[in-house]
Design a protein around this ligand. Structure first.
Ligand SMILES: NC(=[NH2+])NCCC[C@H](N)C(=O)O
Ligand SMILES: O=C(O)CCC(=O)C(=O)O
Ligand SMILES: [Fe+2]
Length: 333
């Protein structure tokens, strides 16, 4: 791939969808185009106020500034459900260590006991640092707000694909699997260590990212990397593998990566991944002929098979990212 350029990505306003009528039709059209051309776009006027965003960023920073012992108290190595803290270099992408530290949480649930599928072990409680008692309520509330936005976006995606708006509803159910990551990318130490997170696709339906002012996020576009320049207040939205599967490759899960900050001291971000129910199979949509003609089938990469069974697809990503956790709790894989 070529070097990074910075063509601006489309900016969509979610308020247009809520306005209904012609504004909604316009939103759907723009969404269809952005999704097809880039697989990435900025979302503004999404209904979450700046103050809430800033508070979440502030807690993210406070968490990472805790002493290492407080962060290790909630180490992901203690969690069969892939939740908790991972130190810099602890996650792998394409087999190489990512230069980021992070805190992962999903929705709070009870462990499933008795005979179960491997992926059912993803379900369970989160870990929370005792040093930050206010973090739990704040993050779970934030998680709920982003789930609502993502659910609306999926309805809009259904319309853009000329499907009934509720075509994904069954696969979401009352409680879709959602995953939140608080992330800190430390400043690059050497040129050879620039992998903040290596090039990858996200395994769910779609992803919302809130970034700070330090750049580094890049999206694959026509054989080069396109910088996703920070746009204050906006979420960066990208398409995941489940949408690629559902649309028979009409929509593509776009490769993206983060290069470690070169100039800024560090970069903070918050990524929210929306999948479907873990026990769902992704629906295979019957596209109208005009769209179907442009659907080339989902990518078939032996190094990254895409699974319609949601739990299986999610677990695939977790296990290769956190092999130590996988070895400890998923020896059978
Ligand atoms: N949950 C995620 N989206 N993680 C994305 C990072 C890439 C991940 N390490 C992988 O190998 O797929
Ligand atoms: O930190 C970011 O901006 C994006 C992170 C990302 O792509 C991921 O964790 O899947
Ligand atoms: Fe990602």
């Amino acid at each position: 791939m070529q070097q990074t350029s910075s063509l601006p990505l489309p900016v969509l306003q979610l308020s247009q969808w809520h306005r209904g009528g012609l504004a909604r039709q316009q939103f759907i059209q723009e969404l269809g185009r952005a999704a097809r051309d880039y697989g990435f776009f900025y979302l503004t006027e999404h209904g979450i106020d700046v103050q809430t965003q800033q508070q979440v960023m502030a807690t993210t920073q406070t968490f990472f500034r805790l002493p290492m012992a407080a962060k290790q108290q909630v180490s992901m190595l203690h969690s069969p459900h892939f939740r908790g803290y991972t130190h810099v270099g602890g996650e792998l992408t394409n087999g190489l260590a990512d230069q980021r530290e992070q805190f992962d949480l999903m929705q709070e649930e009870a462990v499933i006991t008795g005979p179960r599928h491997d992926w059912q072990q993803l379900i369970g409680p989160n870990q929370w640092p005792t040093a930050l008692p206010e973090m739990r309520a704040q993050m779970l509330d934030w998680q709920q707000q982003l789930t609502s936005i993502s659910t609306v976006l999926l309805e809009a995606f259904a319309c853009a694909l000329q499907q009934p708006p509720s075509v994904f509803a069954d696969s979401l159910g009352a409680q879709p699997y959602t995953h939140m990551k608080l992330i800190r990318y430390p400043k690059r130490q050497q040129a050879a260590q620039s992998q903040g997170v290596g090039a990858h696709k996200d395994p769910g339906y779609l992803t919302l990212v809130m970034q700070d002012q330090a750049s580094g996020l890049e999206v694959a576009y026509q054989d080069s990397w396109l910088a996703v320049v920070p746009l204050p207040g906006a979420f960066v939205v990208n398409i995941g593998e489940l949408l690629e599967l559902a649309s028979d490759g009409y929509l593509k899960a776009t490769y993206h990566r983060v290069v470690s900050p070169e100039h800024a001291e560090e970069r903070f971000s918050n990524a929210f991944f929306m999948a479907a129910r873990l026990d769902a199979e992704v629906p295979l949509l019957e596209l109208p002929p005009a769209l179907k003609a442009q659907a080339q089938g989902p990518a078939s990469d032996p190094a990254n098979p895409l699974f319609r069974q949601v739990g299986k697809n999610v677990l695939k990503g977790r296990a290769r990212s956190h092999p130590e956790v996988a070895q400890r709790y998923y020896a059978a894989l």
